[in-house]
Write a protein that binds this ligand. Structure first.
Ligand code: SAH
Ligand code: SF4
Length: 414
């Protein structure tokens, strides 16, 4: 099958360097780290060895100071410090919900703001990661959709969220590195305790924060490759889910090149309703979207697609809607699961959440057909951290302004 080309209407732009003239290594691959070391004057062989060591310290151990890299010669550490930094996003605000959900408002080096959310559960801890500042799309029930797109986040800013979460949760492995012998050039190599892989708190990642990840494909892919690397953040692809509002031409590439679980924001089963609430539907319709799900590389029982379905009162929540959803899933032969998301309100939203009874009836109808349809418990609503409540600009636009932004976005989509 031909893999469609990269359609990405959004540019990342040039982000000023956090470390002044120094290069931030976060977000770089091993080879890229090797490349900047060569540019700084190391020969290729030394650069390759150092890149491997530095990569391990940055991504596997969470070190932010070259002085802590005990297998690198003491004399070399200041040389690295003069030229490079290992950055983190700046935390502007950190909030904790009554249910334990945590939300951080982060700032990039250029001052742009974005949010990340950590949702602790009994058996897992899920980090909800942003891919863009704002969003080009304008799903009518989504708070982020009321923001203009400011810019794409760079790979380092995406993986940086996971690294910051590990800092904040105190989750980096401690001790010396397994499999890394002492540095032959360094007589002062320090002794440390034995490496242990601590019990994980942050176990899962969902690309469900601000933005549409498939409109920022390359940077999201770069970040997730680091997250999945066994000697990087070492999270299995089975524990990572990418959510898309339905950017059909990029879905096959997401499966082939990233290979994580896919969640699709379906939210409606008729053209009329989906056109209204997920206006991207006017470009990529339901049939096309479901066909792309059927073609999703690796789709099958082992990699079930999740359909997200926000429950909006009197909009998409009837028994007929539930039956049509089941029919469509069957027609396309999908091994799918449905995630029902009670609508999370935000100031100025035009919708209401379906009643708990309606949500239960909708869920039961789908379950009866043999398709799993759990209801997602809203988390962090009191700190505006729940699905669709994220928005970094603290302005309160009027309804007319919201409509104007929506129109502009629609026109830009073509
Ligand atoms: N842009 C991507 C991922 C981010 S949104 C996407 O749209 O899939 C993560 C999920 O939250 C999506 O399914 C989105 O439709 C849903 N969502 C958005 N606003 C919501 C709201 N107010 N209440 C409940 N879910 C919402
Ligand atoms: Fe963007 Fe997703 Fe919100 Fe739609 S639901 S506006 S795609 S962040």
């Amino acid at each position: 099958m031909q893999i469609p080309g990269h359609i990405d209407p959004v540019t990342t732009g040039t982000v000023p360097l956090r470390g002044g003239n120094r290069i931030d290594l976060v977000g770089l691959t091993r080879d890229a780290i090797g490349g900047v070391l060569v540019e700084a004057g190391l020969d290729a062989k030394a650069a390759k060895l150092r890149a491997k060591q530095i990569w391990h310290w940055i991504y596997h151990r969470g070190v932010t100071d070259f002085e802590a890299m005990t297998d690198i010669a003491k004399t070399m550490r200041p040389w690295l410090t003069d030229r490079f930094i290992i950055g983190r996003p700046t935390v502007r605000e950190a909030q904790v919900s009554s249910d334990g959900t945590r939300k951080w408002l982060l700032a990039a080096a250029d001052g742009q703001e974005y949010e990340m959310v950590f949702i602790p559960d009994a058996d897992r801890g899920t980090l909800c990661v942003s891919s863009q500042v704002g969003c080009t799309l304008n799903c009518r029930f989504c708070h982020t959709g009321t923001m203009r797109l400011v810019r794409n986040l760079a790979a380092g800013e995406i993986v940086g969220q996971v690294m910051l979460a590990r800092d904040e949760l105190g989750e980096w492995p401690k001790g010396t590195m397994a499999g890394f012998g002492p540095d032959p050039e360094d007589d002062d190599e320090e002794e440390g305790s034995h490496y242990t892989a601590d019990g994980r708190i942050l176990t899962n990642i969902v690309m469900m924060g601000m933005g549409e990840p498939l409109y920022n494909f390359d940077e999201v892919k770069g970040a997730l490759k680091i997250v999945m690397d066994g000697d990087g953040l070492a999270l299995s692809r089975r524990r990572i889910t990418l959510s898309t509002s339905g950017v059909v031409p990029m879905m096959a590439r997401a499966g082939d090149e990233i290979g994580v679980n896919l969640a699709v924001s379906l939210h409606a089963v008729s053209k009329e309703v989906r056109d209204e609430i997920v206006p991207l539907n006017r470009k990529y319709g339901i049939e096309e979207l479901l066909q792309a799900c059927a073609d999703y590389p690796g789709a099958g029982n082992s990699r079930r697609i999740t359909f997200e379905y926000v429950m909006l009162k009197d909009k998409n929540d009837s028994d007929d809607d539930a039956r049509e959803l089941v029919r469509l899933i069957r027609e396309y032969g999908l091994h799918a699961k449905v995630n029902l998301i009670p609508f999370n309100p935000w100031p100025g939203a035009m919708y209401e959440c379906s009643t708990p009874e309606r949500v239960r009836a909708f869920s039961n109808l789908i379950f009866k057909s043999g398709i799993s349809a759990p209801v997602r418990t809203p988390r962090g609503r009191d700190i505006m951290a729940a699905c669709g409540q994220l928005k970094s600009a603290a302005t309160k636009p009027t309804r007319a302004e919201l409509d104007r932004i929506a129109e502009e976005k629609q026109a830009a989509l073509g």
